[in-house]
Design a protein around this ligand. Structure first.
Ligand code: SAH
Ligand code: SF4
Ligand code: F3S
Length: 495
């Protein structure tokens, strides 16, 4: 028998544990304090909370699609579930709660997820007590439609509503529900980090840009910067908990602070300076910046701050000013190249990576040739390349002159060739050098070797004896377009 669907948002009359409702606008009487500052697992406060929590289910499995934002949100979901007494299951078949944290950036992301949902449907039919949840950007973009299209889904929630999952799971009886209004940052929720020495920190949500192809403003809403004091406290707590590398996250990370009240306003460059000053933080990364907001103070910060990694991801999208205008990117080819020149002037060895879209509506062979020219001229250390994918509700989806798939494919192949050749050429500058590597684990291709990341964000496979989380010096002996290889320098451990 199917359970009744109740599509109400957040029913304040229901009795819920005080600690579950996290400052939701509708239930402002609920306390948020029990979660505050409990950024890591195993806090005594959390465990006693967990003991009190009345849980209906015991094991969970989360599948994550999409960008680092979603990776970070999934860590929060896992931390929250474990504080409720759940344990992580190895596979979906072993889980009482099956969760998907979805992405909708391109059609391929949607398709991948829908294929996985089929398995969840089957598992649910075998055991109707199982709960299936769908969070993230795809859920937000279709909202309540998710229940019509996939009636076996019990709970759906957008990226700004992760905390409502806990409220849903602690209800007296489970009736299908959707939660889609952005309410709060998830910074105060407990997190289960994948690696104890690396941490994501969400510094803003949403995006005020209007890139014609992009669904993110629909799924993550307007940009909101997090209070700098709160942020720095979170990073201090992470450092105290063993984090050496933080990655600051935002859809447009370097426009951080513009919406903050005047008295509290901190620019992105100032924020970087304050994070750099935190004891124990050896590496700072951030993603994704927008070229229009890549100011000189941020570029200088790369030259001045010892913990800020020598790597900038500067999404190009297209090398044709005509296409950039159609994409509504608000910079042109010249301005972009000026930024690159400024970066090279202040931080000559800085690694540069980018995002490029091929086959945007109306892209001619000449436009595409201009993209190839920029890729040749800049010489990126790496690039994410995407075939344009029309997304519902975006301006570009309804533009005339959509390109055929074979044309897009063929351009993509040519682009990848140039990207890889230039990245391989750029990688050679590391051969013969010694680079500092943060060890992440065994090499994926040869478990007898180690794998880590250099400050330039290159994956480094090497012979050595270091443990996970250590920073060691590695002598580089060879380079491909994506990886470096070498051996650990003896007696090189960086404390
Ligand atoms: N906020 C970030 C990331 C956005 S999504 C930024 O602005 O850089 C990551 C990348 O996906 C984008 O940079 C873009 O290159 C690509 N992308 C976004 N929408 C797309 C679409 N509809 N089709 C193809 N690629 C897309
Ligand atoms: Fe999307 Fe553009 Fe915002 Fe990036 S800057 S999230 S591409 S709208
Ligand atoms: Fe995907 Fe949402 Fe990130 S659409 S790329 S998960 S912001």
């Amino acid at each position: 028998m199917m359970r009744p669907f109740k599509r109400s948002r957040n029913d304040c009359r229901r009795m819920i544990p005080m600690w579950v409702s996290l400052g939701s606008k509708q239930c402002s009487r609920a306390s948020r304090l029990p979660w505050k500052g409990l950024a890591s697992r195993g806090e005594p406060g959390l465990q006693s909370v967990a003991l009190e929590a009345r849980t209906l289910l015991k094991t969970y499995h989360v599948t994550t699609f999409g960008c680092q934002m979603n990776e970070h949100d999934s860590e929060r979901m896992k931390g929250m579930l474990e504080s409720l007494g759940y344990e992580e299951a190895q596979g979906r078949a072993d889980a009482d709660l099956i969760l998907f944290n979805t992405c909708s950036i391109r059609e391929s992301a949607d398709n991948r997820f829908v294929a996985h949902l089929g398995e969840a449907k089957r598992l649910k039919s075998e055991d109707p007590e199982r709960v299936v949840g769908v969070g993230g950007c795809w859920a937000q973009s279709v909202k309540d439609e998710v229940f019509e299209r996939f009636p076996f889904v019990d709970v759906a929630f957008g990226p700004g509503q992760i905390h409502m999952l806990a409220e849903f799971l602690t209800q007296d009886s489970l009736t299908a529900q959707g939660y889609f209004d952005f309410e709060d940052f998830s910074g105060h929720l407990p997190a289960k980090r994948e690696r104890e020495f690396q941490g994501w920190v969400q510094i803003s949500v949403g995006c005020n840009c209007v890139c014609a192809y992009c669904i993110v403003p629909q799924t993550r809403g307007r940009e909101v910067s997090r209070d700098p004091g709160e942020l720095l406290l979170e990073i201090q707590a992470l450092a105290a908990d063993g984090v050496r590398e933080v990655t600051l996250l935002g859809q447009n990370v370097n426009s951080y602070g513009r919406d903050l009240p005047k008295d509290d306003r901190v620019t992105f460059a100032e924020l970087l300076g304050r994070v750099d000053a935190i004891e124990g933080i050896d590496r700072i990364r951030y993603t994704s910046p927008h070229p229009k907001d890549m100011r000189e103070d941020v570029i200088r910060a790369h030259a001045e701050l010892s913990a800020l990694c020598p790597h900038i991801h500067l999404p190009l999208q297209s090398g044709s000013s005509r296409m950039l205008k159609a994409m509504r990117r608000t910079y042109n080819r010249e301005r972009y190249l000026d930024r690159v020149a400024q970066i090279r002037e202040h931080v000559p060895d800085c690694a540069l990576t980018t995002d490029i879209i091929v086959g945007f509506p109306g892209e001619t062979e000449e436009d595409f040739a201009e993209t190839l020219e920029v890729v040749e001229a800049v010489g990126y250390d790496g690039a994410f390349t995407f075939i344009f994918s029309p997304r519902r509700g975006t301006v570009a989806a309804d533009m005339p002159n959509q390109l055929s798939h074979p044309v897009k494919r063929e351009r993509m192949e040519r682009l990848v060739e140039v990207v890889q050749r230039r990245a391989r050429e750029r990688g050679q500058r590391f051969v013969g050098r010694t680079v500092e590597v943060l060890v992440e684990g065994p090499s994926r291709t040869d478990p007898s070797r180690l794998r880590g990341r250099s400050g330039h964000n290159k994956t480094v496979n090497f012979d050595g004896t270091a443990g996970q989380g250590e920073i060691v010096e590695v002598e580089i002996t060879s380079a491909t377009s994506t990886t470096l290889a070498g051996h650990e320098k003896l007696l090189s451990r960086v404390p």
